[in-house]
Design a binder for this molecule. Structure first.
Ligand code: CP
Ligand code: NVA
Length: 312
């Protein structure tokens, strides 16, 4: 597979790259001794405008496992867009680091960084996408079922960043995705159009019980994402009827598994019986964040740090 130049959303990858990343992740998970020191001598900047447990820890561990060094920065220390422009932050980081990874409120920040410097830029979650999560999700589904082609995934809840990355992963893998949301919270039509252009089968629904029928995977995420806290009460009301509980899992069928990117709110988007029950894959999914990001980091087109991150 060819090297990955950037990952702002999963459609930055082609099908061969997507499958190759899952293949390597699986191989190195099975045989950790074969993990290459692909990041030897490379420092990786990890910048966070929002909190994180899984993303920060799994990525930092992965960088170390690959022989690199992670520099983890909270935005309070950097002041992106305030203390300094997005472009100047990117140029500065590119002078020291071979990879720039960032969790941001506004997806446009990542696009600006990727346009400004030649250094690979990786999205660690934005308002629009969570591609590293999507990689771990498809790794987990493939491990559980043995294949992705034709696998039916139903996402129930907010048509948000996580749902968008699931849509592109479906398009790249042959899985079929239905996203069931309350009216007003649908998956972005632009995401649906782009995923379908890639050959993806992506449908939208307002009826969770109908949408989960025949699903292999029932997936949900929080109703109120980071940065939307002021809408919490409004959203709790809007999402009534969209909790993944035992009745909804029963409507999916006996072989269906439950997935959630975490953090979870038991009693809101998922019941405790489901997330802590036998059909739940959430801990395999969380652990796979490390295996999949190792594979991504080892496949990046890393260049030596350059003053100002100039494109050559
Ligand atoms: N799933 C996920 O991205 O978790 P964190 O927000 O804890 O990184
Ligand atoms: N949609 C959630 C995902 C958290 C991992 C958020 O953006 O907060």
């Amino acid at each position: 597979m060819s090297l990955v130049r950037r990952l702002l959303e999963l459609d930055d990858l082609d099908r061969a790259q997507f499958t190759g990343l899952l293949d390597h992740a699986e191989a190195w998970k099975r045989d950790p001794a074969s993990l290459p020191h692909a990041l030897a001598g490379t420092s990786v900047a990890m910048l966070f405008q929002k909190p994180s447990a899984r993303t920060r820890i799994s990525t930092e561990v992965a960088v170390t496992d690959l022989g690199g060094h992670a520099v983890v920065l909270r935005n309070e220390e950097v002041g992106i867009g305030g203390r300094e422009s997005v472009e100047d932050v990117a140029r500065t980081l590119a002078g020291y680091c071979g990879v720039i990874m960032a969790r941001v409120f506004d997806h446009a920040v990542l696009e600006t960084m990727a346009l400004t410097v030649a250094t690979p830029v990786v999205n660690l979650l934005s308002d629009r996408a969570h591609p590293c999560q999507g990689l771990a999700d498809y790794l987990t589904i493939r491990e559980h079922f043995g294949s992705l082609d034709g696998r039916r995934i139903t996402y129930v809840g907010d048509g948000n960043n996580v749902a968008a990355s699931l849509a592109f992963g479906a398009a790249l893998s042959g899985a079929e995705l239905t996203v069931a949301t309350p009216p007003g919270y649908e998956l972005d039509p632009d995401v649906v159009a782009r995923a379908r252009n890639l050959g993806g089968v992506v449908e939208r629904s307002h009826d969770p019980h109908e949408a989960v029928r025949g699903a292999d995977v029932v997936y949900t995420d929080v109703w109120t994402s980071m940065g939307q806290e002021a809408e919490q009460e409004l959203r709790r009301t809007a999402f009534q009827g969209f909790c993944v509980d035992t009745a909804l899992m029963a409507a999916a069928g006996p072989g269906a598994v439950f997935m959630h990117c975490l953090p979870a709110h038991r009693g809101e988007e998922v019941s405790a019986e489901v997330i802590d029950g036998p059909a739940s894959l959430v801990w395999e999914q969380a652990a796979n964040r490390m295996h999949s990001v190792r594979s991504l980091l080892a496949s990046l087109d890393v260049r030596p740090p350059t003053p100002g991150g100039r494109r050559t």
